[in-house]
Design a protein around this ligand. Structure first.
Ligand code: GAR
Length: 195
């Protein structure tokens, strides 16, 4: 007998190409997750329409009217996750720092993809910073989400070479292709570890 698939949500803020890679990977019969909800903090996020067209429920809640009360925004998101029976969360280009409250609600059940070889280059503009630092290798990491931003234990990483004529855009494209391979593999590993 196959074990039931873990009801998983994906959080996005924009185009959602990592979301697409996860949804494609989940077509494999043995994939351990089913994607039941896509959450966005921007109702205009292009990835929302892609998900809706594929019959995946979406929940968009603009963070702006909440001002500084990030927890109030997240409490409504959390209610939507509970209503959908979500068991696990993949952050995939969700460009909001989560409050300790939401992180504690989903401890051990939430992972993130970050476009750098953590612990190098936490935060934003990772490709520019990697080029400025003159590294010969760059990449992406999937890690458990903990209260410290980009600090949780690493689940898996993918590496790419950095070339002398790279621009941030070219490097980002090379890393993104690896992200799309990495995230489904890392989710399999995370779910196996969280059982
Ligand atoms: C991805 O490169 C992801 O690693 C990054 O945003 C991009 C989203 O692209 N995430 C972060 O920087 C998180 N701090 P996508 O919407 O096409 O998946």
């Amino acid at each position: 007998m196959t074990s039931p698939k873990t009801r998983t949500a994906i959080f996005i803020s924009g185009r959602g190409s990592n979301m697409m890679a996860l949804v494609e990977a989940a077509k494999a019969p043995d994939f351990p997750a089913e994607f039941v909800l896509v959450v966005a903090n921007d109702p205009e996020a292009p990835g929302l329409q892609w998900a809706a067209e594929r019959g995946i429920r979406t929940f968009a809640l603009d963070h702006k009217p909440f001002g500084k009360d990030r927890e109030a925004h997240e409490r409504q998101i959390d209610a939507a996750l509970r209503a959908e029976g979500v068991e696990f969360i993949c952050l995939a280009g969700y460009m909001r720092v989560l409050t300790p409250w939401l992180v504690s609600q989903w401890a051990g059940k939430m992972i993130n993809i970050h476009p750098a070889l953590l612990p190098e280059f936490k935060g934003l503009h990772t490709h520019e910073r990697a080029l400025e630092a003159g590294v010969s290798e760059h990449g992406a990491s999937v890690h458990w989400v903990t209260p410290g931003v980009d600090e949780g234990e690493i689940i898996a990483q993918a590496r790419v070479p950095v070339f002398s004529d790279d621009t941030p855009e070219r490097l980002a494209t090379r890393v993104l292709a690896e992200e799309h391979r990495l995230y489904p593999q890392a989710l399999r590993k995370a779910l196996a570890a969280s059982k």
